[in-house]
Design a protein around this ligand. Structure first.
Ligand code: CMX
Ligand code: CO
Length: 145
């Protein structure tokens, strides 16, 4: 059902400085940048490696664009750091229904738009041992490969 670590989401105050850190320290490059108005973030995706299911794993660097966004709230409470983990699936709605049936709160009534044309949904961190967890269905046109 879940076939890869799609990405790890990292909350930061300054996207450009954080991108520079990952480039200069590890040699990771930005594959894609976008603003997701619905999620309230400006984000950069850094592709790390391909995965057994033919897709890929990324770091997702997240800078808030609004004070009332989840990432802004997280930064105010915790400072910069790991914000969420995302698992990849080929059927996000199906996976959310199965996991929801196991007693975990699914935060979105229907999947929303994620990076690179993906479909995403979130699971409540309080039902996941303190880990905000995202499910991702990559865009099948290959944008996420
Ligand atoms: N990881 C772990 N725990 C978290 C958390 C996180 N990222 N964010 C909040 N929490 C915890 C808080 O610590 C708090 O715990 P306590 O009650 O023990 O103090 C509790 O959840 C409630 O926190 P809050 O600050 O009051 O936040 P809200 O309830 O308003 O929102 C959440 C929390 C998870 C429902 C909200 O952040 C959300 O809907 N997230 C999903 C969307 C999202 O994060 N988008 C940004 C990323 C976009 C992307 O990946 O593309
Ligand atoms: Co994410």
């Amino acid at each position: 059902m879940l076939t890869r670590i799609d990405h790890i989401g990292i909350a930061c105050r300054n996207l450009d400085e954080t991108v520079r850190f990952y480039r200069e320290t590890y040699g990771f490059e930005v594959t894609h940048e976008e603003v997701n108005e619905e999620q309230g973030v400006r984000e950069a995706m850094l592709r790390i490696n391909g995965t057994d299911d033919g897709k890929a794993s990324y770091l997702q660097l997240l800078e808030p664009i609004r004070e009332d966004s989840p990432v802004a709230k997280f930064l105010a409470r915790n400072g910069e750091g790991v914000h969420h983990i995302a698992f990849g699936t080929d059927d996000v709605a199906g996976a959310a229904a199965v996991i929801g049936g196991r007693g975990v709160r699914v935060l979105d009534a229907a999947p929303r738009k994620g990076s690179m044309g993906s479909l995403i949904t979130f699971l409540h961190p309080k039902d996941c041992g303190g880990v905000l967890t995202e499910l991702v269905q990559a865009n099948e046109d290959g944008a996420q490969h």
